[in-house]
Ligand binder design. Sequence first.
Ligand SMILES: *[C@@H]1O[C@H](CO)[C@@H](O)[C@H](O)[C@H]1NC(C)=O
Ligand SMILES: *[C@@H]1O[C@H](CO)[C@@H](O)[C@H](O)[C@H]1NC(C)=O
Ligand SMILES: *[C@@H]1O[C@H](CO)[C@@H](O)[C@H](O)[C@H]1NC(C)=O
Ligand SMILES: *[C@@H]1O[C@H](CO)[C@@H](O)[C@H](O)[C@H]1NC(C)=O
Ligand SMILES: *[C@@H]1O[C@H](CO)[C@@H](O)[C@H](O)[C@H]1NC(C)=O
Ligand SMILES: *[C@@H]1O[C@H](CO)[C@@H](O)[C@H](O)[C@H]1NC(C)=O
Length: 306
Amino acid sequence: MNFRRIFLVKCLLLLFPSAKCAVTKWIYVPVNDSVHLSVSAAGSIHQATWMRDKKLLQIKDMITKYYVNKDQCRCKIFLNGTLQIEQLVKNDSGKYTVLVYGQDGKLKTEEDTMLIVQEPVPQPNLSVGCVNGSVLVTCEGKQKTKDHMFIIEVMQDKIKKIQRNTTKVEFYTHYSGMFRCVVKNQVSEKTAEKKIKCSGQLDLYLILIIAGGAVFFVFMILLIYCIRKKRAERLEEDDERMMQIRQVDTEMMVQELPQLPSNPSLKQPRMQQRPLPQPQTQQQAVPPQPRPRTQQRTPNRPREGP
Ligand SMILES: *[C@@H]1O[C@H](CO)[C@@H](O)[C@H](O)[C@H]1NC(C)=O
Ligand SMILES: *[C@@H]1O[C@H](CO)[C@@H](O)[C@H](O)[C@H]1NC(C)=O
Ligand SMILES: *[C@@H]1O[C@H](CO)[C@@H](O)[C@H](O)[C@H]1NC(C)=O
Ligand SMILES: *[C@@H]1O[C@H](CO)[C@@H](O)[C@H](O)[C@H]1NC(C)=O
Ligand SMILES: *[C@@H]1O[C@H](CO)[C@@H](O)[C@H](O)[C@H]1NC(C)=O
Ligand SMILES: *[C@@H]1O[C@H](CO)[C@@H](O)[C@H](O)[C@H]1NC(C)=O
């Protein structure tokens, strides 16, 4: 990122109108491999110079000129400007810049390439064991790779654990079956697989089914209880309604009675019976009535006294 920014600033500062600003390329190569760093500028190359901090080599008019020791650099340049480096070592990692000049000696283009030389990842050591009814999974890379990304994935069924920048992954799981550990970086990938079935390990699906059954059972009991309670409440409501209907009937009878020429002595006992079956709200409304009477009586007494 820093390189890119510096390069952009460089590009803006360049006064050559024909100079193109190319984005930095990233190339990952394993150690001991060889690599070709190419020039993307179109057309035949008249003159090209490769640099890594300092000048490495140049091709001009089809003649190669070395600025460094040829054997140490392990490099050569092709007519099309491509730089080749053989038997790469980690030390070869870094930013390589090529400057391409036109026939008139003016800079045509400047291109940056980031070369990253990586060690191939080590073969992982995957071990799986049964501990207290669960599976202990351990995946370990034998050697550490400090400078570059190192990924260990442990896959079993549909679970995937990814950890970066580590050499060891360890965890417990209730699943059993196939386990796979993959260690990879940009240039290589290695896999280890193991299968395990712990005896005495409760199957998770069985646990789920039992738990689900228990929940369903409790739910059904609650449902039945609620239905019964509702039914009982409804019956009570019906009884109350019946009582109210009966009450209305008696009221009707009472209202009809005075119109009939009959004995008034019958009217009184029925009027007294009326408040009894009425709801509590009316019964509660009755007691406050005597209070004003007592309050009226108390102020009356002092008046009567003198
Ligand atoms: C590097 O590669 C060469 C062949 O390309 C091989 O002979 C040599 O053993 C390799 N060295 C290492 C350290 O892998
Ligand atoms: C440049 O030339 C070399 C050798 O002839 C060839 O391997 C490489 O593919 C060429 N690269 C481009 C970008 O044409
Ligand atoms: C390569 O690495 C060695 C030691 O590991 C170091 O002495 C040497 O300077 C490095 N060369 C470059 C070009 O970085
Ligand atoms: C893998 O790990 C197990 C236990 O951690 C150990 O016994 C075994 O020797 C290791 N194997 C290798 C090839 O490193
Ligand atoms: C297994 O369980 C027993 C008792 O529950 C405990 O003492 C023991 O430490 C456990 N072992 C491991 C490796 O967790
Ligand atoms: C891995 O570690 C290196 C240095 O130890 C660090 O630069 C890099 O950012 C780390 N990568 C991740 C993904 O954590």
